[in-house]
Design a protein around this ligand. Sequence first.
Ligand SMILES: [Zn+2]
Length: 150
Amino acid sequence: MIKNLKTLINKNYFLFIVSNQPDYVLERTTKEELLTIEADFKAFMLKNNIHFKGIYYCHHHPNGAIPELAVTCKCRKPSPFFIEKAVEKYDIDVSNAWMVGDCGLDVMTGKNAGIKTILQMNEHSLKNMGEIKPDFMTESLDETVERILS
Ligand SMILES: [Zn+2]
């Protein structure tokens, strides 16, 4: 994975993470645990010289239990909110921007932001796809990066 991400960085791609993380508001984890996981992830990536331009987490969920986070927010995928924010902040060429995800929600988020989409499949990916059609489907990060650079 590190090798793949470095390949993209070396080709001048900016990397972003856009993630729904409702486990705290849904009381599946504590705030401390959630923040620790997020900090550990960031530290691991930095240790490997992988710099994300932006890491965007939505901590909301309309059915959650923590009043200030149990809201219908603007940022929860499939909202394109965070992608649009990144595009604006870093003046990104949307015609050469990609959303890579492993589920229909991710594909829809990319489509809502008007960027190209790759469904990188795992064993759950084809459930709940409905009518959503990604631009490309891949089976590994190697294949995803090859697709982006081709
Ligand atoms: Zn949100």
